[in-house]
Design a protein around this ligand. Structure first.
Ligand SMILES: C[S@@+](CC[C@H](N)C(=O)[O-])C[C@H]1O[C@@H](n2cnc3c(N)ncnc32)[C@H](O)[C@@H]1O
Length: 224
């Protein structure tokens, strides 16, 4: 099958199940106009993130990798009144665009974008009283995935969800010849997760508008 067919199937569902949304569409347009890369989650994936957040009645959400705030809009909309999303972003320019998109989407009261290398932001976050988070979405640089996962577990509680995007990488994750740093990052993550008896995890390969990729979903089966 081809990317064109995967895209048709993805659009078949998203066209029917996800209403046109001016705030989300506007965020994509503004991000493109600002020159941000087109690497945000798809509408179907954004909806899935929102459903997962609602399923665990998430009041506190952590995101690693903001880009233009597209997934942050989806996640923040699943929060109840008083809920909070902290999103970590390396690039000041991405954060600027995200803050503007979040403002236009009417969710900036519950979303905070923090600028800096995520590993530093996570260490700072651990000293504050914001954790534990009910859901963490990891969607930043792949070489650091294992460290991000460790932090996510540390900042979670029993029953929290951790979702990691882009773990299949067009199948390269299972190709022993691939030495791509992102692929190596995913493999290291999977080894780390497999050894952690505080979590149960699975990975879900998928095809769609974003090609052949997938997510890893973990839940904490005991307190960290
Ligand atoms: C795939 S994009 C995030 C997409 C976003 N979650 C969405 O779906 O709308 C990855 C983002 O992670 C950021 N990033 C890369 N390395 C980072 C780091 N070390 N710390 C924090 N953010 C980082 C990039 O600048 C980029 O904006």
């Amino acid at each position: 099958m081809t990317l064109e067919q995967w895209t048709d199937v993805d659009r078949f569902f998203s066209d029917r199940l996800i209403a046109t949304d001016p705030a989300l569409d506007g965020a994509l347009r503004a991000s493109e106009a600002a020159g941000l890369p087109n690497i945000q989650v798809s509408p179907s994936q954004g909806r899935l993130l929102g459903i997962l957040a609602r399923a665990v009645s998430a009041r506190r959400i952590l995101e690693i990798g903001t880009l233009g705030g597209y997934s942050a809009i989806w996640l923040s909309r699943a929060l109840p009144p008083g809920g909070r999303l902290i999103s970590l972003e390396l690039s000041p320019e991405h954060a600027r665009v995200a803050r503007s998109n979040l403002e236009n989407a009417g969710v900036s009261d519950r979303v905070e974008v923090r600028i800096g290398p995520a590993l530093e932001s996570l260490a700072r976050l651990a000293t504050e009283a914001l954790a534990p988070f009910d859901l963490t979405f990891i969607d930043a640089d792949r070489p650091n995935l294992a460290e991000y996962f460790d932090w996510a577990v540390r900042l979670s509680h029993r029953g929290s969800l951790i979702v990691v995007d882009n773990v299949v990488r067009n199948g390269a994750v299972a190709d022993p010849r691939s030495q791509d740093p992102s692929v190596l990052g995913v493999r290291r993550l999977v080894e780390r997760v497999a050894q952690d008896n505080r979590v149960e995890a699975t990975a879900y390969p998928s095809v769609g508008v974003k090609g052949y990729d997938g997510i890893l979903v973990a839940t904490l089966v005991r307190d960290p």
